[in-house]
Ligand binder design. Structure first.
Ligand code: PRX
Length: 650
């Protein structure tokens, strides 16, 4: 395949932290001498007690399958909040740390590092007065307001482990995630505000607690000011509690391997797992990638449009940028409110230099036409980034030509909740870009392409993507279930971390991520287990069986296609279809709404009763001409019915 090449400009090569020659040297050293490389770069953060051990990691493997253990900088002592705030106070106390842009364009504010310190210290004291200390878990369910970052940093300051739950999740999903990590403290807001509409966050928290109990305290940030129910013995407004405390709050001394946060994410099977990240290695990886991948220089204004409820928000709105003393923009709203020019208006308003978003947003805005972009200046932009799903070359080219006026390199960053930070990406001063390719590995990352049997493929090839060596930001375990960690990531290819992604490597050694090869789908950059949507559907009293697959969707990347079999005696109607969509939204959240539902009198199964998802995927992709071998089906006729009534006609 002949991909277009966008070379690194002279200007970029000169100005960037890393040019091509330096990339080669640093990359080689990072994989040949990881101990030496990370000994040196571990020092980019401040340590209360410096480390003498750098890397102590094992992926198990054929000889020692059970022994997966990952430790970095293990005798070092530090604190993440200290690194993100306190260490900057002497030199940049008055510099803006966070620019907040509200949902309504008339609302914005700037928070300096000194103000950030005071806000975080106060919030930490509020938590401490309610019994939160080192090792406790705290659930954060917040809109995109600065208090969300304060809450994360307040936990880090106390050594508490936060679990941020995306504000779009339903009370049921929230309840699972609260009990999944045993939080006794929840931090939330009265309501969220997105695209002019309110989100009943506090009411959702109340509903979640009513279901599971066990929560002792709820701290409520006033965002919209609407009255909400307050349980006097349990709930307190942050502004009331913060008046009672000071801005003195020392940082807890944390071992490099003490947990920093849990983030629940979807896999192929069962309930979402709690991905656990720890302190030292995570911060080294997040801050180093933020500086090098986005080529961050002092004075730059940097904007990542993600939500703090996802890993991108953790690593690239909060921890990476703040550890680097950067100015990070936090946006409460959506790209299309009040108009489809909003992103670019915000860029102009705050003179944003570095802009990082998801392909789904680019595709949606592309559909709204060039004029909405072109009427803004965007002269401040220097670099564009993409994350969350494969970016199709058409969207890449549009992003480059229209948004960046052909002037800004695009860093397509491949990584995962599990990897903690960016893994494969072009460094903008070093690596020529090809639209649609995440290109080359970051320092210390050893990607390999393997075939189904685990044979490592060489040269240009296609197969599954594994990572052969540990890196500092890697997740350490599944919270409370190390065995699940080993089974999920290290059993398919013993001795290697399996990403769940398919991948092609071209003749230039560039990596092209082709999408998930497991039962995870990626809808608008949001990761979803098909099993989760299926279990929501079968929880409906009229549904007896459901199978969910992804299908190509112009804007979302993948859409959700559900095949549903009803209880006997129930009838398929359009009303029932709508009812099921509403049902799934209520059970999981709006991001899980099925796009297409097909009522299926029967699902294709093997004689042993296993659903043949391969066939369902092909029908959903409208490629029923290539169904492959159907001879093992128990009832081949069901396939004809599914094809005849398919919802996704080309
Ligand atoms: O399939 C890959 C896709 O998103 C998955 C990880 O999802 P999540 O843990 O939610 O993290 C998203 C933000 C880091 C991956 O397994 N993915 C992420 N970035 C890219 C991507 N696919 C292709 N290109 C990317 N740049």
């Amino acid at each position: 395949m002949d991909a277009k090449l966008y070379p690194v400009s002279q200007d970029w090569a000169r100005r960037a932290h890393v040019d091509e020659a330096k990339y080669q040297l640093m990359y080689e050293r990072s994989v040949k001498d990881p101990e030496g490389f990370w000994f040196e770069h571990g020092n980019r953060i401040d340590w209360f007690t410096t480390y003498s051990q750098v890397k102590n990691t094992s992926f198990g493997g054929p000889g020692s399958p059970g022994e997966v253990s990952i430790r970095w900088f293990e005798d070092g002592v530090t604190n993440v909040a200290y690194n993100c705030i306190d260490r900057h106070l002497a030199t940049r106390g008055d510099q803006v740390a966070i620019i907040w842009e509200g949902d309504d364009p008339s609302e914005s504010k700037s928070i300096t590092y000194r103000e950030l310190h005071d806000e975080v210290a106060r919030m930490a004291n509020v938590l401490r007065n309610r019994g939160v200390g080192k090792g406790d878990t705290v659930t954060i369910y917040m809109p995109m307001i600065p208090e969300a970052a304060y809450a994360m940093l307040a936990c880090a300051r106390l050594g508490a482990i936060h679990s941020v739950v995306f504000g779009g999740f339903s009370p049921d999903s929230l309840a699972d995630r609260i009990s999944g990590c045993g939080s006794k403290m929840i931090i939330t807001a009265d309501e969220g505000l997105r695209g002019g509409r309110t989100v009943p966050l506090k009411a959702n928290v109340d509903a979640a607690i009513a279901k599971i109990g066990g929560v002792d305290h709820v701290v409520v940030v006033r965002r919209t000011g609407s009255p909400v129910e307050m349980e006097p013995a349990r709930d307190v407004y942050l502004h009331d509690a913060a008046e009672q405390v000071t801005t003195e709050c020392p940082c807890e001394k944390m071992n490099a391997e003490d947990p920093l946060f849990i983030l629940f994410t979807s896999g192929s099977t069962g309930k979402p797992k709690g991905v656990l990240h720890t302190t030292g290695g995570y911060l080294v990886h997040a801050s180093m990638t933020h500086e090098y991948v986005f080529d961050y220089h002092d004075g730059d204004v940097y904007w990542c449009t993600a939500d703090v409820g996802w890993v991108t928000g953790h690593s690239y709105i909060v921890y990476g940028p703040l550890a680097n003393g950067a100015t990070t923009l936090m946006f409460e709203g959506v790209p299309t409110y009040p108009s489809v020019s909003r992103f670019w208006e915000v860029v102009d308003k705050h003179q944003v230099n570095i802009f990082y978003t998801a392909p789904t947003a680019i595709r949606a805005l592309m559909g709204a036409g060039e004029e909405a972009v072109k009427k803004t200046s965007r002269r401040s932009l220097r670099l564009l980034g993409s994350v969350g799903e494969p970016i199709n070359p058409e969207a890449w080219e549009w992003y480059h030509r229209v948004v960046g006026d052909g002037r800004c390199p695009i860093v397509d960053t491949w990584w995962q909740t599990e990897t903690g930070g960016i893994m494969i990406t072009p460094l903008p001063g070093a690596i020529a870009q090809k639209p649609g390719s995440a290109t080359r590995p970051f320092f210390g990352v050893v990607p390999q392409v393997v075939d189904a049997e685990g044979k490592v493929l060489e040269g240009a090839c296609e197969g599954n993507l594994v990572i052969a060596e540990s890196w500092p930001g890697q997740m350490r375990t599944v919270f409370g279930d190390h065995q699940r960690f080993i089974e999920t990531y290290f059993s398919a290819y013993p001795g290697k971390y399996f990403t769940g992604d398919g991948c092609r490597r071209d003749e230039d050694g560039y990596y092209w991520i082709t999408g998930r090869v497991d039962d995870v789908i990626n809808v608008s950059g949001h990761r979803m287990g098909t099993a989760e949507v299926e279990s929501a559907l079968v929880a409906h009293p009229k549904v007896s069986e459901a199978a969910v697959v992804g299908y190509p969707h112009d804007i979302k990347g993948q859409g959700i296609y559900a095949y549903v079999t009803l209880m006997s005696g129930e009838v398929f109607t359009d009303d029932l279809r709508k009812e099921l969509v509403t049902w799934v939204r209520k059970e999981i959240g709006p991001i899980a709404s099925p796009d297409l539902i097909q009522f299926a009198p029967g699902l294709p199964k093997t004689r042993s009763g296993k659903i043949m998802r391969r066939i369902l995927r092909k029908i959903a992709e409208d490629e029923f001409g290539s169904l492959g071998d159907t001879s093992t089906l128990a009832e081949p006729a069901v396939v004809d019915d599914l094809i005849a009534n398919r919802q996704n006609r080309a």
